[in-house]
Design a protein around this ligand. Sequence first.
Ligand SMILES: Cc1cc2nc3c(=O)[nH]c(=O)nc-3n(C[C@H](O)[C@H](O)[C@H](O)COP(=O)(O)OP(=O)(O)OC[C@H]3O[C@@H](n4cnc5c(N)ncnc54)[C@H](O)[C@@H]3O)c2cc1C
Length: 523
Amino acid sequence: MNRDQLLRKFKNEQDKIWDIIVIGGGATGLGTALDGCTRGYKTLLLEQSDFAKGTSSRSTKLVHGGVRYLAQGDISLVLEALHERGLLRQNAPHLVKNQKFIIPNYTWWSGPFFTVGMKVYDMMSGKLGLGSSERISKEETLKAIPNLDETDLIGGVIYYDGQFDDSRLAINIAQTIVENDGVALNYFKVSNLLKDKEGLVCGVRAKDMESGEEFEIKSKSVVNATGVFADDILKMNDPQAKKMIRPSQGVHIILDRSFLEGDAAIMIPKTSDGRVLFAVPWHKKVILGTTDTPIEEHSLEPKALDEEIDFILNTAAQYLKKDPSKKDVLSVFAGLRPLAAPEDDEGKETKELSRGHKLIVSLSGLVTITGGKWTTYRKMAEDTIDKAILIAGLDFKKCVTKNMPIHGYVKQTNYADHMYVYGSDRMKLLKLISQNPELSGKLHDNLPFLKGEVLWAVRHEMARNVDDVLARRVRALFLDARASIAMAKEVAIIIAKELGYNKKWIKNQVKEYTALAKSYLLE
Ligand SMILES: Cc1cc2nc3c(=O)[nH]c(=O)nc-3n(C[C@H](O)[C@H](O)[C@H](O)COP(=O)(O)OP(=O)(O)OC[C@H]3O[C@@H](n4cnc5c(N)ncnc54)[C@H](O)[C@@H]3O)c2cc1C
């Protein structure tokens, strides 16, 4: 996947009309473009920044049905998500692993209560289930999670869900699009919609953010898959459009594995704010989260609030032997849920709003897809393309993504090797490193990433700058922001050599990245 080649392909086809243009390169837009091009439609995806720069790199990294939604009685959402969980593990097994979760029980009633609940969850998973839930004793619970606070602990309930690397999956989906004759361009911002004499949407105006060149691009249908930015596109369509999105912020904290040893994750089913809190092993660290805070302003780099950080640390301290404090935090990141807000839900708190997805068709024919979850991205995409076909009057072709492997697919995965995320590309990456032995060293002692992974990311995964590499190709920014700052210069030098940038570019990149990464640190 190479940006220059894709740009050439795009320019060569400029006089033609695309079948589908997708605005937004997060989970929803990438899934939609993949669905479109694999059905045989001429499909173009435009992302204003990097793929998954927005919410899609900031999730809890769970491929799940949603135990919380089961408790809320949202049965159809849980059924759909559990089915999609199974498909995603089947189609991208190199990135989606089976994760054991334990709900610790501190009251006499919680054991039987959660055992029954999780049996229902198992049953709803059907053939695609990941393992049977079971009630375990206090001793077994402590064996699985040695760091759990023992005071008043009665036992636990085990269940299984999926866990993944969100931005790596986004990159692999983009690669699958390109392999299926689609075009996906990052750093390409849509600034307006084109309309014909009847007022129907017939394309977009967009700018290549690297060269500054502007384009008018014609298409039979346009899909707005811009997450929390969806209202901005709806306003381009109709300046009087009502707000459809209620952004809700969720924060995560990364800690060292000494806070959660063993392979099991913890699910705390009822926190003081009425949500659930997860502590999950992820790339040899622990991810703790999350919160649900309504936010007025949306941005690509939302900031964690002090009260969100305190809430996560205080709640975790109630359940862990070793209380985590601010100085233990390796990285903190915030993401915005693009929740669809129907009018009759106006008074509701964001945590009560449905996580189901919503399709809106404007009078102009613009199709907007919002809400949903990473887990259900494939089904959201299928529904969106079905709608776009209808609106644009395209010849109907059936969705083919249900059993379609994602780029990188391999059956066997060795999770002990940090390069497992590359799946079928791992051997090619190792070959690249053996051909460039100067790139075989690590970028930092605290993290496993090699210099060769930077070159790979630029050459084959369309990384364009230091942030693209350290945040979304390797996950250094999210795993240890301070270490990632120390890696920035080396990374900038490798990128500059490959893309032909000068010393000034390197200096600017290090400065910009350092400022960004500091906002992932607590002091
Ligand atoms: C805290 C948190 C935890 C979560 N945890 C989970 C989880 O564990 N499991 C799960 O299944 N789901 C989870 N989710 C939900 C999931 O992450 C989201 O549903 C999903 O990532 C949304 O993807 P999206 O593509 O709709 O939005 P985004 O990822 O935000 O993508 C929208 C994209 O549109 C681009 N864009 C905007 N305007 C323009 C323009 N004018 N031109 C071009 N591009 C534009 C943006 O740059 C952005 O990249 C979580 C969400 C949050 C916030």
